[in-house]
Ligand binder design. Structure first.
Ligand SMILES: [Zn+2]
Length: 205
């Protein structure tokens, strides 16, 4: 099986509790420390097996093979990737049936990650998530004062639209935002706007 590590917790010195997002499921598994085991980390894509144990309440993660990405040696790209994937744990950890959407989205993002500004890829992926979950707010009504927004839209967590004057955060060009929300493209957003949207994204999916 293949999946992405979205959370790690150290237990008993070197053993780990690992949460893996696979094609259709979220697995939380126990990995025993082994001197010859390669190190694993959040964001890694791995091939693995699950060994059920009648004694333990948690199944065991074994036969782990790390599947690298071409951009993996770039520390900055890796850190951004890890920050991005860690968001999925909080968001999905209590969900039972997650479907293939999230795995496919991460798979797609991993293939683009080294080719363009990764924050753009993450912002575009996040809008796809909001759209998939029916949480994308197209209508320009301010979340804080409930009045229509004519221009200068500022986004809060979950990309909720507000007046710039209501939230006191950097406003995003309305046309560029429409392109993002409608076609999931960040084409018309400046790097400064992308940086703002990335920071909002880090607050949680
Ligand atoms: Zn307002």
């Amino acid at each position: 099986m293949q999946g992405y590590i979205i959370n790690l917790n150290k237990v008993k010195e070197e053993d780990l509790i690992v949460t893996i997002l696979s094609k259709k499921n979220l697995y939380t598994l126990y990995r025993f420390y082994g001197a010859r085991h390669g190190t694993i980390n959040i964001g890694f894509k791995i091939d693995y097996e699950i060994e059920d144990s009648s004694k333990a309440t948690i199944s065991r993660l074994k036969d782990v093979i790390h599947i690298g990405f071409p951009w993996m040696n770039d520390y900055k790209l890796l850190r951004l990737w890890q920050d991005f994937l860690a968001l999925f744990h909080k968001h999905l950890k209590d969900t039972e049936d997650i479907g293939t959407f999230y795995f496919d989205l991460i798979e797609d993002s991993s293939q683009k990650w080294g080719k363009q500004n990764p924050k753009r890829i993450a912002v575009e992926a996040y809008v796809k998530i909001l759209s998939h979950e029916g949480r994308l707010h197209y209508e320009n009504i301010c979340f804080l004062c409930s009045k229509k927004i004519e221009n200068k839209i500022s986004l809060l967590r979950a990309y909720l639209p507000t007046h710039e004057r209501c939230s006191y955060t950097l406003s995003i060009n309305a046309h560029a935002l429409e392109e993002l929300f409608t076609n999931h493209s960040s084409l018309f957003l400046s790097d400064k706007e992308i940086q703002r949207l990335w920071i909002v994204l880090l607050e949680g999916l």
